[in-house]
Design a protein around this ligand. Structure first.
Ligand code: SF4
Length: 477
């Protein structure tokens, strides 16, 4: 569609960030031009998340805000793509009649065809995977597999795209069926991509300027794909991607505690480009809650896993996820989570208040009986404890030197500068004074630097810290 404009907004996880990049590439290839203002776009797409009720409410609110622009410009096409589209297409069309198309995450290679269908027939266009029911046949699964593979294989980043840190999908879907989680229904069964495709993509990204590659999968550590009659596992992929010329750092997210094998720790220890960072959600510090969630490990096994990780890589940084207020969570069970946080010394935590997701086992068989104010209090308690522990850990970094991949201007500094300008104050420093980057352990570092430092690996001496950010100065030879 030569000359048409598209606005694409992404909510949710790294999978969605990558899916959006691929959809945008697909549309750019047929002449669409990306724009920053939804109200002025010919096509508005929202890539959605269904993991929590709050995420879906946010989507509905964004769609509600598009009613007026669509009324002013009836030719505008409004599309909902991603997990919420797959989970609740009827609900979306029912509540938001101005939506023209819905497309599930397994069908995203069809977005351009769906847009054509809407234009040609002025009708709703829909593409959903059958995997929601998970009763799909072998043939159906094969077709869906081709469909999602086609999307990944179409990757062709725009010349001006910032690829310094790039995601590479190694796996789609999930077979775990944790009782609270909608992902196995929206993204379908686990499917791993062939190693050769992953390597080709990493080489292409390195040629376009990528220095850091993050291999992504819903349970990335369970990656396995046959090759010449032997299984290729995540540890093999880490080694192979590290060998790609131009790649300086390799990461992987998200890991599932039950499937962790020591060959991954060996790769983290022995391959210098593999970063010493692990994101491994535990969800609760109580065995009873883990059982109700159908997580396939105990708290003791999780602790053993982190102990083993630290034997291989003593200064490994570990991030985790917790859900507070899961069905039936008692005060004692909540306190078990607090004790686990004290014990595990996490680098950072993502804490979420439980909300029932339609179609999941917990929604059908458990009772969402923890009051909202109790969930809120527990959420604050976990985060406050983590903040205290992280602040005190970060204090130990003052005076040390860390390697940082310089990403760009500090967002906080830019915001502060905008606020000063809005207040008519004289700006004390130029935006180019403050750069931000990440360490190998995924810590954000802010420091004064020069724009020409962006994209480089720099050594930064840390001189001040908060719970989430390190501040320092470049160590120049
Ligand atoms: S492992 Fe559990 S929480 Fe993670 S995506 Fe699969 S079902 Fe959801």
């Amino acid at each position: 569609m030569q000359g048409s404009t598209v606005y694409l907004e992404t909510m949710g996880c790294q999978m969605n960030v990558l899916d959006s990049e691929l959809v945008m590439g697909q549309l750019r290839a047929i002449g669409y031009r990306p724009v920053d203002d939804a109200a002025k776009a010919d096509v508005v797409l929202i890539n959605t998340c269904s993991v929590r009720e709050h995420a879906e409410q946010k989507v509905l609110s964004r769609l509600g805000a598009l009613k007026k622009p669509k009324k002013d410009n009836p030719d505008m096409i409004v599309g909902v793509i991603g997990c919420m589209a797959q989970r609740d297409p009827d609900g979306i069309f029912g509540k938001m009649p101005h939506v023209d198309l819905v497309c599930g995450p397994g069908e995203l290679n069809k977005v351009s065809a769906l847009l054509e269908e809407v234009r040609a027939n002025r009708t709703h266009a829909i593409a959903l995977s059958q995997s929601m029911s998970r009763r799909n046949t072998v043939l159906q699964r094969a077709l869906e597999h081709d469909s999602v593979e086609a999307l990944d294989l179409s990757r062709d980043p725009a010349p001006d795209e910032n690829l310094l840190q790039a995601y590479v999908r190694v796996q789609r879907g999930c077979d775990k069926f944790c009782t609270f989680c909608v992902v196995p229904f929206t993204r379908g069964p686990e499917r791993c991509r062939p190693p050769a495709q992953i390597l080709d993509e990493a080489r292409m990204l390195a040629n376009r300027g990528a220095k850091e590659v993050t291999l992504i999968g819903q349970t990335v550590n369970s990656y396995v794909h046959p090759e010449n009659s032997r299984p290729v596992r995540l540890a093999d992929l880490l080694v192979r991607v590290s060998d790609v010329a131009g790649i300086e750092r390799v990461r992987f997210v998200t890991s599932y505690p039950g499937d962790f094998t020591d060959d991954i720790f060996e790769a983290m220890r022995d391959v210098p480009k593999v970063c010493e960072y692990l994101h491994i959600p535990v969800q609760s510090g109580s065995d009873a809650v883990l059982k109700r969630m159908r997580r396939q490990y105990t708290v003791g096994q999780y602790i053993d896993l982190l102990d083993r990780a630290r034997e291989y890589v003593p200064d490994i940084a570990v991030a985790s996820d917790f859900i507070v207020g899961f069905c039936g969570e008692t005060q004692e069970e909540h306190e078990s989570s607090l004790r686990l946080i004290e014990r595990c010394r996490f680098k950072n935590l993502f804490v979420f208040k439980y909300s029932p997701r339609p179609g999941t086992v917990a929604d059908r068989h458990n009772h969402d009986d923890v009051p909202e104010d109790v969930k809120r209090t527990r959420n604050i308690e976990l985060l406050s404890l983590q903040e205290r522990l992280a602040s005190s850990h970060n204090q130990t970094l003052i005076g040390t030197t860390v390697e940082v991949l310089v990403e760009g201007f500090s967002k906080a500094a830019l915001k502060a500068q905008e606020a000063e300008q809005l207040r008519g104050e004289e700006v004390a420093w130029r935006r180019t004074d403050q750069l931000a980057g990440r360490t190998r352990k995924d810590q954000i570092v802010v420091f004064p630097g020069k724009p020409e430092d962006i994209g480089l690996l720099a050594d930064i001496r840390i001189n001040a810290v908060t719970a989430l950010t390190l501040h320092g100065e470049v160590v120049r030879d």
